[in-house]
Design a binder for this molecule. Structure first.
Ligand SMILES: N[C@@H](CCC(=O)N[C@@H](CSS)C(=O)NCC(=O)O)C(=O)O
Ligand code: FE2
Length: 255
């Protein structure tokens, strides 16, 4: 199996970094095309608390940040998108149309986010929230192999996002994961938005085989999701309103 460092150094000219915010156990991903002197880059799911670290890394690596993407309206932390745009107004914030959140660019299934010769393809994976999307690296010449899937909270490693708020639906999540993620090539790397168990990466094949809830039939899955008994995220009342304006709430309040 191809390792993370192999994926990073493949002929696709993809530079890839997985970053972590420990208070909310959130992963942010940095991707860049380094086959051209412009070195266009994007961030997936930046967190407000670690924006300074991420922008400093981008500067160190000589990259040009072009897009800041969210997989969904997060309930447990404030997106870094607003802070990034405050400092770098040319960066394009991205979220799904179905999320009903403010952003420069609203995407839907089938859209492509292009950076250099690389691109991310948008797959609609609602269920954790109504507007969740998964971003998957492209297929074909110049694209990294194996593919990389940024699954947000739709699919976690040996888990999945809860479905008890923000338009969540266990029925919809089951369908999303089985039709949009489990149909990807089995060697596709799975990079989620969170991990609470110490994992960093999985593959589609591994989750098809070992995911404890999504390997079950749909009825059993729904029963599991109804009985998770998780407490609401501590930051929820702050994070959701902020993320609906892509973390721009302070800037908006000043206008
Ligand atoms: N304790 C945390 C919140 C943990 C939580 O609810 N995480 C969400 C993803 S963030 S919306 C989730 O779906 N978890 C699934 C699971 O099985 O844990 C806090 O207070 O922030
Ligand atoms: Fe979430």
């Amino acid at each position: 199996m191809c390792t993370l460092s192999e994926a990073s150094s493949s002929s696709s000219r993809l530079l890839f970094r997985q970053l972590f915010e420990k208070e909310s156990s959130t992963f942010t991903y940095l991707l860049a095309y380094v086959g051209h002197p412009d070195r266009p880059a994007l961030l997936v799911d930046p967190v407000d608390k670690t924006v300074e670290r991420d922008l400093s890394l981008i500067k160190d690596l000589g990259l040009k940040l072009t897009y800041a993407l969210n997989t969904h309206v997060h309930a447990d932390h404030v997106t870094g998108t607003g802070l990034i745009k405050g400092m770098m107004p040319d960066v394009i914030s991205v979220i799904s149309k179905a999320s009903n959140a403010k952003a420069d660019l609203h995407v839907e299934a089938g859209d492509k986010i292009v950076f250099g010769k690389l691109f991310l393809e948008v797959r609609a994976t609602p269920g954790h929230t109504a507007g969740c999307v998964t971003y998957v690296t492209g297929e074909g010449a110049d694209q990294p192999h194996p593919r990389l899937a940024f699954t947000g909270d739709a699919l976690l490693i040996r888990g999945c996002g809860r479905t008890d708020f923000q338009g969540g639906s266990s029925q919809q999540l089951y369908k999303s994961v089985h039709s949009q993620i489990f149909t990807l090539p089995k060697d596709t790397f799975v990079y989620p938005a969170h991990d609470y168990k110490g994992f960093t990466v999985s593959t589609v094949g591994e989750e098809i085989k070992f995911n404890p809830s999504l390997t079950k039939d749909e009825g059993t899955f729904q029963g599991i999701m109804e009985n998770l008994n998780l407490s609401y995220p501590k930051m929820m009342d702050v994070a959701v309103p902020a993320n609906l304006v892509c973390g721009l709430q302070d800037l908006v309040a000043k206008v």
